[in-house]
Design a protein around this ligand. Structure first.
Ligand SMILES: [Fe+2]
Length: 131
């Protein structure tokens, strides 16, 4: 059974670093490099959320996502690697460089349903929020 109402699932290959997401979940564990990929569990409502929880803002012509009420650090050893946004019909993912703050402008999302944002910290893992 598809479970897209739960949002996206992200998987990582611990051998090669491959990253993938599943939008419609058939409950099959994807494989890479000949072995099952590790699911990235969402973290929310726990310690550190003020620097990691994505904040979604609906604007007139776009949707912005800011990572953390206090912007997360963007240093080589500790940074936000990517941010993703979905309204259930469309997914956008932005990789982040070290020179830009973790604030991303996405397309205007369909605000009638749930919009979910994800941010991946190389140390503290995957964070999710919804609006
Ligand atoms: Fe972090």
């Amino acid at each position: 059974m598809p479970r897209e109402e739960e949002g996206l699932k992200f998987y990582r290959c611990n051998t090669c670093g491959n990253l993938m997401f599943v939008m419609i979940d058939p409950n099959v564990r994807p494989t890479c490099c000949g072995t099952g990929m590790e699911i990235l569990d969402h973290i929310h409502g726990t310690e550190g959320s003020e620097k990691h929880a994505p904040i979604i803002e609906f604007n007139q012509n776009d949707t912005t996502v800011q990572v953390g009420l206090q912007l997360h650090a963007m240093e080589p050893e500790h940074r936000i690697e990517w941010v993703a946004l979905t309204d259930g019909e469309r997914v956008e993912i932005q990789k982040l460089g070290l020179t830009t703050p973790p604030v991303v402008k996405f397309s205007k999302m369909n605000e009638n349903g749930k919009v979910r944002a994800y941010a991946f910290c190389n140390i503290h893992g995957l964070w999710q929020s919804e609006k």
